[in-house]
Design a protein around this ligand. Sequence first.
Ligand SMILES: [Zn+2]
Length: 300
Amino acid sequence: MRILTKAILALCAAAAGHAQAITVFACEPEWASLTRTLLPEVSVRTATTHLQDPHHIEARPSLIAQIRGADFAICTGAELEAGWLPMLQARAGNPKVQNGQPSMFFAAQHVELIDPFKGTITPFSGDVHANGNPHFHTDPRRVLQVAKALAARLGSLYPAKKPLVDQNLTNFESELQAKIAVWEKQLQALKGRSVITQHASFGYLWPWLGLKPVADLEPKPGMPPTAAHLEKVLAISKTQAPIGIIIAQHHDPKPARWLAGSMGMPSKLSIIPATVTDDQPGAITRWFDQLVTQVTGLAK
Ligand SMILES: [Zn+2]
């Protein structure tokens, strides 16, 4: 009898433990952080870091194992992960996180995208964003839209967690709204100024802050800068008086360094992580704080 009671207790404990352990696969650290912000108890595996180009990562066996064991997956979508996520989904064979399933959440489906690629895509087009720029996490207002949609999805998948998720969403929303007001004030003086960029990594930042991107170091999206193209960018910079050059941390800094030196403003190069530098709750706010500090630093 005692053995039976022990066995039942062990089974109950296992069931309770299993019910709590929601395993999440996040393609990018900003969505890992957002999921943890809304539901801190989840166990999250994040496929990429701020030091990687999210367009191009290797579909490693460890990632296949992680997505195979996931209860829920959150990715950007809009073809950002087109080079690796479909392969992971196919090889993992986890029916829960295939496209169209409620446990496969694409953030891009919940925001309006800017700059869809117009024209014919050829093998020489580069990493064009056919559906629009997928780097929308650089607009905190869009992050908030994603947070609302994610909270609704988590609440419907895990009804017992809904009150907690909704409360965390309310907290996140009020914190971020207050921060947005502060950041906009900090960057107000930069409105209308020009900036030189690389790739569309911060493409949503410019319209939000009223900055004008006047040249891109990449001759084509996703293609490294060439000497001939950099000469053109240098010519543009002489007529536009940009506040500086902003590139992402995963870009090779050499071309931008050459350009800043040639423009006679070597200190006006800002290398910014293209996303959050950790995947814990609060990472998004911390990253925007850093971003705003670095951008305002350029104008000084
Ligand atoms: Zn891109």
